[in-house]
Design a protein around this ligand. Structure first.
Ligand code: CO
Length: 134
C-alpha cells in the first residue's frame, strides 16, 4: 500500500522569503505553487528526485498551520506518504486502532486525494496519505 515518500512538509512564516532561500542556498527551482483553501495553506513544491520538499505558508492565524506556527514556530510539519489507495489505507489504519484526523479521503493539491493521520499513532509525526491523481 505504501509506494513512496511523496513530500516532506515544512511550515514557514514567509513563503516568498523561504522559496527564495531554498532557491539560493540549494540551487533548486519551485515546480508548483498552489493555494489550498480547504487546508488554509499556500504551498510551494520543489521536486527532488522522486519526492518533493513542500514549503507551507498559512493563509491566516486561525488555520491549522497558522496555529502550528504560533505554537511551535517554523519547521518540519508533516510527512506525505504516497499510497496507491487512500481509502483502503485509512480502513487498514482504523482497523489497527491508529487515530485518524480525516475519517475519509478528501481533495489535496495537484489533484491528489489525501487524508491526515494523527501524530499520536505515528511516533509523534503528522502523516498525510497521498494518492496521485489518476
Ligand atoms: Co502535504
Amino acid at each position: 500500500m505504501l509506494t513512496g515518500i511523496d513530500h516532506v512538509g515544512i511550515a514557514v512564516e514567509d513563503l516568498d522569503a523561504a522559496v527564495e532561500r531554498y532557491r539560493r542556498t540549494l540551487g533548486i527551482e519551485p515546480s508548483h505553487r498552489e493555494v489550498v483553501q480547504s487546508q488554509g495553506v499556500e504551498e510551494v513544491l520543489f521536486e527532488v528526485s522522486d519526492t518533493s520538499i513542500q514549503l507551507i505558508g498559512a493563509l491566516g492565524p486561525d488555520t491549522p498551520v497558522g496555529r502550528f506556527l504560533a505554537k511551535r514556530g517554523p519547521g518540519l510539519h508533516h510527512l506525505g506518504l504516497r499510497v496507491d489507495d487512500v481509502a483502503s489505507t485509512l480502513q487498514a489504519l482504523r482497523t489497527a486502532g491508529v487515530p485518524l484526523i480525516d475519517e475519509s479521503p478528501r481533495s489535496g493539491s495537484r489533484g491528489t486525494t489525501i487524508a491526515f493521520v494523527h501524530p499520536t499513532g505515528m511516533g509523534g509525526v503528522l502523516v498525510e496519505l497521498v494518492e496521485d491523481a489518476r
